[in-house]
Design a protein around this ligand. Structure first.
Ligand code: ARG
Length: 588
């Protein structure tokens, strides 16, 4: 099963080929001017240039070859050689029926699925998830859902920051505050308390305090670095204390992610690679792939044609100690060899672009990632406040994710009250719907922007029931469900799709685009294509539903055809909402 565009492209390619021209000129695209045609093919211009022929003559020959094709209604020439294409209604209806019967709704499974590792979220221990984690988590989750649907073998991994200097800062801060704790007794090597010496709130409060102290006091920083070193070398008390930090953080993180509806296959944080780094670094050194640079060990990654300076990737500091880059290289090595990863996608802040460039180059140079492994950094823009600066709470801190979620749910509840939604629901159902609506508001507002653009966080706008918002789309899906329930109650049944009238032709054309939209979103790592698509679909559906009174339609065949169409709209809407990580309530 292929998309409408793919079917047309195949036909046009053959027509070009028959004229002795390259088939790639037959590429068909969506029409830029729907009033002139549904699709267009612009290849004649480029083909003419290459063949030194008249573009109109080439286009004319293509038109003559295809105008009697059963899937074509009409072809027209425009300008210097554009071909406008309108499909035959019979073909369109037949195509959409086939799409609806296909359990994959037109997206074929790949013959050879890729093993794709998606690395996203990646919070640091002791730092609660905040607004800055919204984008990587939501975008990463949408991408992994999409790729899974498209049949790739997807592995998600939350690369927790649990092993760096931050840990030493915390250990040292605890030592200063609570020197009496058994973790700091150098004589003691086992039987440490099972209960953590603090709550997660205390841990999260300690972290910024301790970081600030170290920043302003170099001696303290040195102690923290020493503590990090001791931790990494396995000092039992430090390891025991560190485990408490990690457990406290993980429990909280998992709770936040659960609320977001995001799950991971693996949580292989930086510490997981500790033992692996030494081995890898030694190997690279022996093989001469990592070299000495003023006492440190590095991999040179600069290229002659670089337009900017790309510094070497630092693997081992002078005097020992590994770095973020070392652990990322070891992580890559593990993913390639243990998971068989062929594509590794990092949904991480744009500010880490240079880091990933260095790591990816080092992985190639050292042979850790062979040519068949693609490594892709998916950066994203910032979530801003209305003042155009990174979004902060009224108190000035980075807004916590749990706080944003609670705020979204609360706002959703208000909106529901305004719209009279859920008046007769019991408390539990109403809370559940508000949660789903709030989540949809946050996710859709984030995903509808191209990931590289910034956007302004405006919960009032995001939670509206009208306009391009998550709640509007959920509401549309719920409404369609109720239309279908209603029809069923009245005994109206679905029937074969009839060739469309003017009222539903646009809707059918849109439904036929789904496979292209999903493929495009995957190719460009751009969930916003899916957002645009379902928004258009909901709008187009509303137009159709306003003009076509399904239940009152006297012609039974037409009524059945329309009802089938409604089912297909719902199927596509449900699929895409699910890929965007939005849950549809039963009723609203
Ligand atoms: N923990 C890191 C941070 O907060 C993000 C981790 C991203 N993933 C990776 N493999 N480096 O900046």
């Amino acid at each position: 099963m292929s998309s409408l565009r793919a079917i047309l492209t195949a036909k046009f390619s053959r027509a070009f080929e028959k004229q002795g021209l390259d088939p790639s000129y037959g590429k068909v695209v969506d029409s830029q001017r729907p009033e002139l045609g549904q699709f267009q093919c612009n290849g004649a211009l480029a083909a003419a240039k290459e063949a030194r022929k008249n573009p109109r003559a080439i286009a004319q020959a293509v038109v003559e070859q295809l105008s009697s094709d059963p899937c074509i209604d009409s072809l027209s020439l425009a300008g210097p050689g554009f071909i406008n294409i309108a499909l035959s209604d019979a073909f369109l209806a037949e195509h959409i029926s086939r799409l609806a019967e296909d359990e994959r709704l037109g997206s074929p499974l790949p013959a050879h699925p890729h093993v794709v590792v998606v690395d996203f979220c990646g919070p640091n221990v002791a730092k609660p998830m905040h607004v800055g984690h919204l984008r990587p988590t939501i975008i990463g989750d949408a991408l992994q859902r999409l790729m899974r649907y498209l049949g790739e073998t997807v592995i998600t991994d939350n690369h927790l920051g649990d092993w760096g200097t931050n840990m030493g800062i915390l250990i040292n801060a605890m030592r200063e505050r609570r020197p009496d704790l058994p973790y700091f007794d150098p004589e003691k090597t086992r039987s440490f308390p099972e209960e953590p010496p603090m709550t997660v709130e205390e841990l999260e409060k300690l972290y910024p305090e301790a970081t600030a102290e170290c920043k302003s006091d170099p001696a303290k920083m040195q102690k923290a670095l020493d503590a990090t070193y001791e931790l990494q070398n396995g000092r039992p008390g430090f390891v025991a204390l560190w485990k408490h930090f990690v457990n406290l953080s993980m429990t909280e993180l998992k709770g936040d992610l659960e609320k977001l509806g995001v799950r991971f296959d693996y949580w292989l944080g930086e510490s997981f690679y500790h033992g692996k780094m030494g081995e890898l670094v030694d190997r690279l050194e022996t093989e001469g792939k990592a070299v000495d640079s003023e006492g440190a060990l590095v991999v040179h990654v600069a290229r002659e044609d670089d337009k900017r300076e790309i510094p070497p990737l630092l693997l081992r500091k002078r005097g020992g100690g590994y770095l973020y880059g070392t652990s990322d290289l070891a992580t890559l090595d593990y993913r390639v060899h243990e998971f068989g990863a062929e594509e590794i996608i990092y949904v991480v802040d744009q500010r880490q672009e240079l880091h990933f460039e260095q790591v990816f180059r080092a992985a190639r140079r050292t042979g850790i990632a062979a040519e068949n492994v693609s490594m892709i950094h998916i950066g994203f823009g910032t979530v801003n406040g209305k003042d155009g600066r990174p979004f902060r709470t009224r108190e000035g801190g980075a807004a916590r994710l749990s706080y944003l979620l609670a705020e979204a749910t609360e706002k959703a509840m208000e909106r529901m009250d305004e719209a009279g939604v859920g008046r007769d629901f019991d408390k539990a159902e109403k809370a559940d719907v508000a949660h789903k609506v709030g989540l949809a508001a946050l996710k859709f507002a984030d995903l509808m922007n191209h990931r590289t653009s910034d956007y302004v966080f405006d919960i009032d706008k995001f939670t509206r029931f009208e306009g391009k918002t998550g709640p509007y789309l959920l509401y549309s899906a719920v409404r369609i469900k109720s239309i279908l329930r209603n029809a069923a109650e009245r005994g109206v049944t679905t029937g074969p799709l009839l060739p469309p009238t003017d009222a539903e032709r646009g809707l059918m054309l849109l439904l036929g685009k789904l496979p292209d939209v999903l493929a495009g979103a995957r190719e460009g790592f751009a969930p916003n294509y899916m957002c645009d698509f379902i928004y258009d679909l909901a709008q187009e559906f509303n137009r159709f539903y306003r003009d076509c009174h399904i239940l009152r339609e006297p012609d039974e065949a037409r009524r059945g055809s329309w009802l089938s169409l409604v089912n297909i709209v719902l199927a596509e809407l449900e699929l895409v909402l699910g890929l965007l990580g939005m849950e549809i309530p039963e009723r609203m």
